[in-house]
Design a protein around this ligand. Structure first.
Ligand SMILES: Cc1cc2nc3c(=O)[nH]c(=O)nc-3n(C[C@H](O)[C@H](O)[C@H](O)COP(=O)(O)OP(=O)(O)OC[C@H]3O[C@@H](n4cnc5c(N)ncnc54)[C@H](O)[C@@H]3O)c2cc1C
Length: 253
């Protein structure tokens, strides 16, 4: 445990803020040891620090999730289920999948953050949402240390929403996540934003998943500064959801 640890390098805004106590967890046992020891003081779980704005020093404990490892749990001739530990960097999980030709998360390339945070807000980009490939996750109940498997249904995913942001907010620490991906006949999603345009500019008519990921990376880099160069937190805004009945199409003709 470290005292008065600077969090400047652990949040993408690069805000200087200190954690009164800082614990880095490499295993589920480390997480439980911390939760048990500091039962009576606030414990803030920290992933990659890309979806939070630190406005002051943090009283209590910051628990940094650093569980590592990616493995294949099951596979058939056309699908694979991989399991990634919560401390894996999301984009490195994408790169692992591209290297093994596992399809489904190529449009989510370059989203900052860690694996364990991805289910919390059901990350999404360029026409794909995390829930589209989610199989299940294992999470630890913060009060009892009990580990529980959450299925797709349990997670109640919505647009940038999940059960972990709502009725189970701050009750679980996600330990690992399982994704169901394609090994062949990848279902490419090219219709969103300028993916097609970028591929056309490169004369790519039948893209591989790696080429789609690269197109997404090119687009993202052209739009948002790299947080390592200029601190930021991506887009703050959700796309508005408008009831189809409320649109007066006649005014658009
Ligand atoms: C430049 C930029 C671009 C972005 N683009 C996108 C985008 O395209 N699409 C998108 O959806 N998001 C985007 N984001 C937002 C962000 O990347 C995601 O929300 C990401 O999932 C946050 O992950 P993190 O590990 O950094 O989480 P943190 O910021 O560390 O934590 C976020 C929340 O999750 C909790 N948490 C973290 N880990 C765990 C765990 N293991 N168990 C339980 N709770 C946990 C934390 O307590 C906190 O409440 C972007 C952010 C930036 C900075």
């Amino acid at each position: 445990m470290l005292r008065n640890k600077s969090l400047k390098d652990l949040n993408t805004f690069g805000v200087e803020s200190q954690a009164e106590c800082f614990v880095e967890a490499h295993t589920a046992d480390d997480i439980w040891a911390c939760l048990e020891q500091y039962r009576n003081i606030p414990v803030m779980v920290l992933g990659g620090g890309s979806n939070l704005l630190l406005t002051q020093d943090i009283a209590g404990v910051v628990l940094k999730i650093s569980l590592k490892g990616i493995s294949v749990l099951e596979q058939t001739h056309d699908h694979v289920i991989i399991e990634a530990q919560a401390g894996e960097i999301w984009h490195q999980v994408v790169e692992y999948c591209l290297a093994h030709n596992y399809g489904g998360i190529e449009n989510l390339a370059l989203i900052p953050g860690q694996m364990g945070s991805a289910p919390i807000q059901n990350i999404g980009a360029y026409g794909v949402e995390f829930k589209d490939v989610f199989h299940s996750c294992v999470a630890m109940h913060r009060a009892t240390g009990q580990q529980q498997l959450f299925t797709l249904e349990d997670c109640k995913f919505g647009y940038r929403e999940s059960v972990f942001k709502n009725e189970l907010k701050n009750q679980y620490v996600i330990l690992s996540v399982r994704l169901r991906l394609t090994k062949e006949k990848h279902q490419l999603k090219l219709d969103y934003g300028s993916i097609k345009e970028v591929l056309e500019q490169k004369d790519i008519a039948n893209p591989t998943i790696a080429e789609v990921a690269q197109a997404v990376i090119d687009i993202r880099r052209s739009k948002l500064p790299d947080p390592k160069e200029l601190g930021n937190s991506g887009s703050f805004f959700k796309n508005p959801i408008v009831a189809i009945e409320s649109i007066n199409f006649s005014s658009y003709s």
